[in-house]
Design a protein around this ligand. Structure first.
Ligand SMILES: C[S@@+](CC[C@H](N)C(=O)[O-])C[C@H]1O[C@@H](n2cnc3c(N)ncnc32)[C@H](O)[C@@H]1O
Length: 270
């Protein structure tokens, strides 16, 4: 099962280095929604599928307590390595069996992880642990797109597309859930009060090496690597060389990226 890659220590370490913190636009959207639906106080937020804490730390200033939960011990170890405020803690656990008391949580936040969950079991747990009008936020992002390539000999998007075409045999239902922007996951949310926020774009500048690390840490690429290590490594190397050639400079050259996020929001009935 692809989800088992998250249990590998080397993958968790790579994940910590190459994955992004949740953007402030998404954090603000979620907090405004929670404020409108439930209002203050914001006592406890739980970030499920927290990975190495990228999606957890941004919540800390707004809640008395934030708990990051992940099924992977390796990811939790990586999360604990990063300095963070005292009101955050991390522990191993499953989205489908949450060890929180009934009606004790204000916000359940899930960054880039809901597509791995058994939504039926997760929603039962969400319903149990949330306060009345407490909220669920399930967000994710698409693959970063390189901007500012007008004068490049080759369009970098095409280079990335060609790599993804080779990964097609390794696509699974989780990838499809992301590419359909969580359509089925939206339907699986049992709270009647639910909505979708789309087209949240952020821009950021990062070295090309960061993007290669991002591709390298994707589960789709990991599946290819496991199945056919030689060709997988050659594909990533070729992608890197082509990107370097068309963008000019070295792997540390800074490039601008645009990343699209989408977010599902729902509030538990009174
Ligand atoms: C793509 S990472 C997302 C990490 C982080 N939230 C972020 O925004 O980058 C998905 C994480 O979900 C975790 N995960 C997958 N299924 C899970 C489940 N059923 N219960 C808890 N964690 C799960 C994986 O171990 C992995 O660390």
């Amino acid at each position: 099962m692809a989800v088992l890659f998250f249990k590998e220590r080397s993958h968790a370490a790579m994940y910590r280095k190459s994955r992004l913190s949740s953007p402030s636009q998404v954090d603000e959207l979620v907090l405004n929604y929670l404020k409108a639906k439930k209002g203050k106080p914001f006592t406890l937020a739980v970030d499920i599928g927290c990975g190495s804490g990228q999606s957890t730390r941004g919540l800390a200033p707004y809640f008395e307590k934030v708990v990051g939960i992940d099924m992977s011990e390796a990811q939790i170890e990586e999360a604990k390595k990063v300095d963070g405020p005292d009101n955050i803690s991390y522990r191993q656990g499953l989205a489908e069996e949450l060890d929180f008391e009934d009606g004790s949580v204000d916000l359940i936040s899930v960054g880039a992880a809901a597509h791995w969950f058994d939504m039926e079991k997760f929603m039962k747990e969400a319903e149990r642990i949330l306060n009345p009008r407490g909220c669920v936020a399930l967000y994710c992002n698409e693959v970063p797109r390189i901007l500012g390539y007008d004068n490049c000999p080759e369009n970098p998007a095409r280079i990335v597309q060609e790599m993804f075409a080779l990964l097609k045999p390794y696509e699974n239902k989780e990838n499809k859930a992301v590419w359909t922007e969580y359509q089925e996951i939206f339907d699986a949310i049992t709270f009647p009060d639910k909505e979708r926020a789309e087209d949240i774009y952020i821009k950021l500048k990062k070295p090309i090496s960061w993007f290669i690390g991002y591709l390298n840490s994707s589960i789709l690429y990991k599946s290819y690597l496991k199945d056919d290590p030689e060709n997988a490594k050659a594909t990533l190397e070729k992608t890197e060389q082509r990107l370097l050639k068309t963008l000019g400079g070295s792997s540390e050259t800074i490039v601008e990226f645009s990343i699209k996020y989408f977010c599902l929001l729902a509030s538990k009935p009174e």
